[in-house]
Design a protein around this ligand. Sequence first.
Ligand SMILES: Cc1cc2nc3c(=O)[nH]c(=O)nc-3n(C[C@H](O)[C@H](O)[C@H](O)COP(=O)(O)OP(=O)(O)OC[C@H]3O[C@@H](n4cnc5c(N)ncnc54)[C@H](O)[C@@H]3O)c2cc1C
Ligand code: SF4
Ligand code: SF4
Length: 392
Amino acid sequence: MSTENNKIMVIGGGIAGLTAAWELSRLGASVELVEKTCFLGGHAIGFCCKATDECVQCGACSVEDMLKKVVGEPGITVHLATEVDKIGKNGIFSVKLKKSSPTVNMPVDGVIKGYSKNNDPLYVVVDKDKAAQIPEGAVDLSELGTTGELEVDAVILASGFQPFNAEIKKTYGYNQFKNVITGMDLERIKRQYGDVIRPSDKKQPETIAFILCVGSRDERLGNLWCSQVCCPYALRMANDIKFKNEEADISVFYMDIQNFGKNFPDFYEKCQSSMNFIRTIPVDIFPVEDDKLKMRYFNEEDGQSVENVFDLVVLAVGITPDPDNKNLAKLLEIGLNVDGFLGGIDPLNRTRTANEGVFIAGTVEGPKSIAGSMAQAGQAAAEVMKYLEVNK
Ligand SMILES: Cc1cc2nc3c(=O)[nH]c(=O)nc-3n(C[C@H](O)[C@H](O)[C@H](O)COP(=O)(O)OP(=O)(O)OC[C@H]3O[C@@H](n4cnc5c(N)ncnc54)[C@H](O)[C@@H]3O)c2cc1C
Ligand code: SF4
Ligand code: SF4
């Protein structure tokens, strides 16, 4: 089986899109990879390594590894700062590309840095031909973007997700109190400072609360799904903090803990022996002296109101559908499910869509981890092959 002489468009250059592009190129297809921002790797390219004295299998380094493979692969053409304007189908797909708005998700300093396990070397990817260690500001981003037309035999949509906007949970004071941060912020802080610090004074926090399920499994928000990734990322972060500072006092506020893999029971047991697990949903958070935070919650056993003070509160935000999914569903003539993720039509093969020849992979289809997104991208590439065998 071979997809030789076939051209496939992959929309989205996160880990799902990168993996799909790579798998297709391995099968001999040429790939047009369309990414609307100025960098590849999606959300996960910025994640840090949470290894202690051992790897905790967070998956972050596989994103950088895949990115390096893709930018070095001649069969994959990358269109950064580009979006699909129109698409028509008459056996093959006729695609019109347009430059995306240069402000969409633009990194502040104009370039994104992927970090290797040891933060060394910085791996900067702005442009396929220039992928290397580019000094910041050395590339004119306004030059990026492809316009024009393409013909492709099949499409894989891998346009990803948006992290839950924690401002919506007003009682937690995100963006009001300096030391209430999200999981995404914690990734950035750890990357930038090499350690976990409090935003207010850059000091190491001693008492830290993690609140799980922020924006997920929340009836009031209508977000009923489990985001799958926030238990694991929060516990890995907490474990890393504890490894570096044994004195750190960590409390994890949770409803349920999602089992995430075969080594999980041991890992969870280790976390339980070194952290406080409190089964409740905190009610609200107030600032107190020294930018500390007072959290109020109800004790599950006796229903009593309890107040605790923390140096830092981390909201473990989950995965929500990209608001643009509605437009993408219309553009590609595929279904949107009740939660706002883009729907597969076959529960046994979630890469298939209502539009034959259009396949789907990664978190655009629903919450999943880096490993889960990669697995589904591999499946989507295999489905493209099957489709081409029948239809070409
Ligand atoms: C706080 C947080 C921490 C996490 N930590 C972990 C972890 O430790 N381990 C783990 O396994 N998972 C983790 N995850 C989950 C992980 O982020 C996802 O599994 C992964 O990023 C999914 O990749 P993706 O390619 O589906 O989507 P994304 O990473 O969202 O990539 C999608 C790409 O598509 C592009 N795009 C969007 N729309 C268009 C369009 N119309 N045209 C062209 N391009 C478009 C986007 O710009 C982006 O580059 C975490 C998630 C969160 C929120
Ligand atoms: S980035 Fe994650 S998967 Fe990679 S070495 Fe570090 S802990 Fe392990
Ligand atoms: S993964 Fe954990 S924190 Fe995230 S929604 Fe599911 S149960 Fe809640």
